[in-house]
Design a protein around this ligand. Structure first.
Ligand code: BV8
Ligand code: ZN
Length: 255
């Protein structure tokens, strides 16, 4: 499909009049950075099921296995770079007064790309804390031991600072996400399968508060039925195209 045609005039019009934009992102926006998605065919969950690894009891049952999985993902994240999709969201901040990125990702790539307002619904893999006393550890401070590292203060298990299944979204982050969704004139859902809640409830919340809701994904998802439009394409292609068309002066059809 010719690139120029994939951005509807309806979306451009909504963006041109927008004071506030919110963008929910999922693993799909980091796929082009080489970070495997969760549920795609090369998905991270392929070998395991989410509850087998990303939950407290999985960690307590087999801390070495869960820690090794996160140590592998930390390595993948460190070796990766933000891509054109992440950078387009930074560019958007210069064109729209208020842009909030609400991410389900834990890979820190929006922050590394330079996005100013990032809401981390599911935490951040580059941070860790002691499961017993809560002491915080950056990756550099983690003792280099085989298997799960132990807290130097109390001997407890150190875990990644991510939100596991069955754990609450940090209340301050959830409040920021809800506020951004409610006030958005345009709400994007980018690279998420729309399966994990409560994150997947945000597009509908935005729509109920009058936002024009647009999904950007390489395939149809459960959210496709409730959004105003779905753009089938890669985030790294579509988002830069939206920014380029927003930057170019409005075609004046009057002549
Ligand atoms: C909660 C952090 C209240 C860790 C993650 C039954 C039992 C127990 C719980 C539940 C249950 N039913 C529902 C629940 C609630 C549960 C849930 O939603 N489960 C789902 C599986 C049904 N949610 C929770 O537990 C949440 N907490 O509800 O608290 C509570 C408290 C106590 C008891 C009950 C409730 C916490 C959820 C957070 C879990 N943590 N991650 C880690 O990363 O290791 S979730 C994990 O999935 C990641 O964060 C990931 O971001 C997220 C969502 O996945 P996606 O990002 O959407 O990625 P996915 O691979 O699925 O899709 C990628 C998409 O991109 C695809 O659509 C693909 O087509 C597209 N794509 C690919 N390439 C591109 C692309 N798009 C554009 N461009 C491309 N290039
Ligand atoms: Zn401790």
């Amino acid at each position: 499909m010719q690139a120029g045609s994939m951005i509807s005039s309806r979306l451009l019009q909504a963006l041109r009049g927008a004071k506030s934009v919110a963008v929910l992102t999922g693993a799909g926006i980091s796929a082009e950075s080489g970070i495997p998605t969760f549920r795609g065919n090369e998905g991270l969950w392929k070998k395991f099921k989410p509850e087998e690894l990303a939950s407290v009891d999985a960690f307590l049952r087999n801390p070495d296995l869960v820690w090794e999985w996160y140590a592998y993902r930390k390595h993948v994240v460190r070796e990766s770079q933000p891509n054109a999709g992440h950078r387009a969201l930074v560019d958007l901040e210069a064109l729209i007064p208020d842009v909030t990125v609400i991410t389900q990702n834990v890979d820190n790539l929006h922050q590394r790309a330079g996005s100013k307002n990032v809401v981390e619904l599911h935490g951040n893999i580059t941070r860790n804390f002691c499961n017993d006393c809560g002491a915080r550890y950056d990756d550099e401070a983690i003792p280099e031991t085989p298997g799960v590292p132990r807290c130097q203060k109390c001997g407890g298990l150190i875990r990644p600072a991510v939100v596991w299944f069955g754990e609450l979204i940090p209340p301050d982050q959830w409040r920021l996400a809800e506020t951004a969704a409610r006030r958005a004139n345009v709400f994007f859902s980018v690279g998420t399968s729309g399966i994990v809640y409560p994150a997947a409830s945000l597009p509908l919340l935005a729509k109920d508060h009058g936002a024009y809701v647009v999904e950007i994904n390489t395939e149809i998802t459960p959210l496709s039925d409730i959004v105003d439009e779905t753009i089938i394409g890669k985030a790294g292609d579509v988002l830069p195209e939206i920014v380029a068309q927003l930057r170019s002066p409005k075609e004046d059809f009057s002549q």
